[in-house]
Design a protein around this ligand. Structure first.
Ligand code: ZN
Length: 146
């Protein structure tokens, strides 16, 4: 059984050494996400080729949970088909709401480090920010869409 400190280590690691906090010239999808209740902001950038997400990055400012969550998310969706990324987003959101099965949580790999957020209602929107923004970006259901 994995301990809380193991989860905290994952979050700390992604904050200290994020893999995807950078600019991404040539991104064809760029969408801002904001969580006003905590002051978290991200700008998510994705590069797609047909149905596949071939690269991704983010710029952002906010609490450790929001920034680690989007960094972990990018590591999971780059190289995947859009529909697979959306499926992972659905599982992640259900995990955060405490509704996902153990098997589903296992399939989230590193993102399962955020499972305990389901017991911290004030942090739910922080954990969801990256995933919610990605879902909006891929489905085009953005109020900011042109
Ligand atoms: Zn936050």
């Amino acid at each position: 059984m994995q301990t809380n400190s193991f989860y905290n280590e994952i979050l700390t690691e992604h904050n200290l050494r994020p893999d995807f906090r950078r600019d991404l010239p040539g991104a064809d999808i760029v969408l801002d996400g904001v969580n006003p209740s905590c002051g978290d902001e991200i700008q998510l950038k994705l590069k797609t080729d047909g149905d596949r997400i071939v690269d991704g990055a983010f710029l952002g400012d906010g609490c450790a949970i929001s920034q680690a969550s989007v960094d972990i998310m990018l590591g999971m969706i780059i190289g995947k088909r859009k529909e697979e990324a959306l499926r992972l987003a659905d599982i992640f959101m259900r995990m955060i709401r405490g509704e996902a099965s153990e098997e589903e949580i296992d399939s989230l790999e590193e993102a399962s480090a955020l499972r305990d957020i389901s017991h911290m209602p004030a942090r739910v929107k922080c954990a969801m920010l990256g995933w919610r923004t990605m879902k909006e970006a891929l489905t085009g259901r953005s109020p900011e869409g042109k």
